[in-house]
Design a protein around this ligand. Structure first.
Ligand code: FUB
Ligand code: ZN
Length: 679
């Protein structure tokens, strides 16, 4: 891997304006972040779900997630409040993610009052830190004598990693280094305890996260020890004898999560669950817990890029390919089973038993962003966009007040309520969770979207995601400005106004779904397009390289294929055999009962039915619908009969109405499906 200048766009330099993400970013800033702050402080009044959620078991944990007790835990650890620790062992990470999200928000829009709140919170975190630098409210309050004895289950490094990410973000946002110093002390303590030296423990985290965080700490402080430690954790995972076996015996088989995974908690899920079954370099498939996999791979790509480790990078490429070609839902969801939130086997993608955790798709964005930094391949951005516009966006209601943890592709509320195996598949979003990892993960991803939108490589700006924005991009030798206008993902035209004179490259992603129909014009003259042998510019790895001497006022128009498309799954995906899904541009569509009546699994789409795209600015905050004429299989004539030797099937015509998948479950409890039968 050749070392070159690469970077992401700076959050402060990109202003997202209008369109879908103007709305979503505004919602996160105005609604979601204040709401999450109230949750962390146990002052939210609407945190007890107001939907019919009491009829369902929450996806994780055993309550509605109220109170959170997160800030209270810090106060108790700081000896400023009486009481006991409450919440998940990784409850601290909820605050860390919120702080990180707020730091990104402050980068794009200063807010003195919000900054004051953050500063006071950082002071509290400082007071909860122990004299030797240790920071973790669970162990400080409950088990101070057992620090670092149950890495497999207890998330100390995960929480530390999240707080390191927050510290780096806040330092970058404000120049204030108090939290950074706090986290350097914690990183130093971990470094003193873990590493290859004889006198240190030869362990690694049970939930990856700190690896990528240590890389961020290295990048901002220049402290090489942090990069070395990240590399150590990456290389140590999977070595035999397994550290988690040794640690397990040493703590006399005590378990933190035996109630969740009997008898020995997470340890009983086996080595694949935490990806220590093999050294990462030898792993060919993502195994085990899907969020862990994404964080592991993100850290590994970072380390591979910074240390020019081609072998490690190759392993990451292989893992990516396996996931995208065999283990990912059409919606960019991953994790096929609720049992320990895991990957299962190739092509096992059940639509109704799915897990598809929001955090896993957010993690997929972390992974693909890093892959794009290491090598600029459009396929990575296609996957990033698939995860973002479908599963990640579905993770939050249109009003920003409720969230999905699990993202199914098929739901029947009655079955979810009555069948314990589907209890995790909720038909409405809860207001919060006992295990609240997803909502603040969404917040930090959405407030940092500019980092995903552009990758800078030398003097080329790669445009990964298309949304309306004004961007200032720092290339290797110059700074450029672009003004992007589009209604994407509801229209396929994207217009760029170039603001800066000079010779540089603007590299436009040509999504794979549009590879057969696209065109690019500069100043009204077509310069490239699908199937044109005389393209003036090179199309390589999914990016069209517009490298030339630009003048202010130059205009680029990219037109992508916006015909609604029928999508079919590889027949090895047994659950999708004979079925079809609809995609238009990057958006996957679904049918909901509210538009199509009950019995979505009895609906058929004729192979030749015309798909009509209909603009609906008035519906669900502005969407496109897709309409078609289809059929619904009628019940047996005698409704009380379950089986019949012979019958005459009868069908009734139905007008089918699809909406974007991300917008489902915003109109009350109802059936939903992405895949339907084709006739
Ligand atoms: O373990 C921490 C987080 O909680 C994981 O990433 C999620 O899957 C949830 O289990
Ligand atoms: Zn989550």
């Amino acid at each position: 891997m050749e070392k070159k200048y690469t970077a992401s766009a700076k959050i402060s330099d990109v202003s997202i304006s209008g369109g879908l993400f103007g709305r979503v970013s505004g919602l996160v800033k105005e609604q979601v972040l204040p709401y999450q702050w109230d949750i962390l402080n146990d002052t939210a009044t609407n945190a007890v779900p107001d939907h019919s959620i009491e009829n369902f078991s929450v996806a994780e944990g055993n309550d509605e997630g109220y109170p959170s007790h997160c800030i209270a835990n810090f106060r108790i650890a700081a000896k400023e409040q009486e009481g006991d620790f409450y919440g998940m062992v990784f409850q601290d990470s909820d605050l860390a993610k919120w702080l990180e999200a707020v730091a990104y928000r402050l980068m794009s829009e200063p807010d003195a009052e919000l900054e004051k709140t953050v500063d006071e919170t950082i002071d509290l975190i400082g007071r909860a830190q122990q004299d030797d630098g240790y920071l973790n409210t669970y162990f400080t309050i409950r088990e101070p004598e057992n620090r670092f004895t149950n890495l497999c289950e207890c998330h100390e490094m995960y929480c530390a990693g999240h707080m390191m990410e927050a510290a780096v973000a806040y330092y970058k946002a404000t120049g204030k280094d108090k939290l950074l110093k706090i986290m350097c002390r914690m990183a130093d303590l971990i470094d003193q305890n873990f590493g290859p030296e004889e006198n240190k423990r030869h362990g690694y985290p049970g939930h990856e996260e700190i690896e990528l965080a240590l890389v961020k700490m290295y990048e901002v402080t220049g402290e090489n020890r942090y990069l070395k430690l990240a590399k150590y954790f990456i290389d140590e995972r999977g070595k035999k004898p397994y550290y988690f076996d040794i640690e397990f015996e040493k703590r006399n088989r005590a378990s933190h999560f035996s109630y969740l995974y009997p008898p020995y908690g997470m340890y009983s899920n086996g080595p694949k669950y935490e990806q220590y079954h093999l050294p990462i370099r030898e792993q060919k498939t993502f195994e085990g817990h899907s969020v862990r996999c994404m964080y592991m791979a993100s850290g590994a790509v970072d380390v591979a890029r910074l240390t020019e480790d081609e072998e490690l990078m190759n392993a990451c490429r292989g893992l990516y390919e396996n996931m995208v070609q065999r283990r990912m839902y059409l919606t960019g969801g991953i994790g096929s089973t609720p049992k320990a939130e895991m990957f299962t086997s190739d092509y096992d993608l059940p639509n109704d038993m799915v897990y598809g955790e929001t955090c896993a798709s957010v993690g997929m964005m972390f992974f693909t962003k890093r892959l794009l930094q290491a090598e600029q391949k459009g396929d990575y951005a296609d996957t990033m966009e698939r995860a973002l516009l479908n599963t990640c966006l579905a993770g939050m209601s249109l009003d920003g007040k409720s969230f999905f943890y699990v993202n199914p592709l098929e739901v029947d509320p009655v079955i979810s309520r009555e069948n314990p195996d589907r209890a995790h598949v909720l038909p409405v979003r809860p207001a919060w969770f006992g295990c609240a990892c997803c909502p603040p993960n969404l917040s930090r991803m959405i407030t940092s979207l500019p980092e995903y939108m552009y990758t800078i490589c030398g003097n080329e700006a790669y445009v990964n995601l298309y949304l309306s924005n004004q961007a200032k991009l720092t290339l290797e030798n110059m700074e450029i400005q672009l003004d992007v206008k589009t209604e994407y993902p509801y229209e396929g035209e994207i217009s760029f106004e170039v603001k800066t004179e000079g010779e540089y490259g603007i590299c436009l992603r040509i999504p794979s779904w549009s590879s057969r129909k696209w065109s690019v014009a500069i100043n009204g003259k077509q310069v490239a397009g699908a199937g044109r042998p005389d393209n003036t510019y090179i199309l390589k790895d999914g990016f069209l390289h517009l490298i030339r001497t630009w003048k202010p006022g130059d205009h680029i128009l990219l037109e992508l294929d916006f015909e609604p498309k029928r999508i079919y799954a590889n027949p090895r995906v047994s659950k999708d055999v004979g079925r079809v899904a609809i995609q238009c541009g990057p958006l996957v569509y679904c049918l909901e009962e509210v538009d199509n009546g009950k019995g979505l699994q009895r609906i058929y789409l004729p192979r030749n039915a015309k798909l009509e795209l209909v603009r609906r600015p008035d519906k669900l905050e502005g969407i496109n619908e897709i309409h078609a004429s289809g059929f619904r299989l009628k019940d047996f004539k005698e409704e009380d009969v379950l089986y019949m030797a012979d019958t005459q099937w009868e069908y009734e015509p139905v007008k089918l109405v699809w909406i974007p998948y991300y917008a489902w479950a915003n109109r009350g409890e109802n059936e939903m499906t992405v895949w339907i039968h084709e006739k």
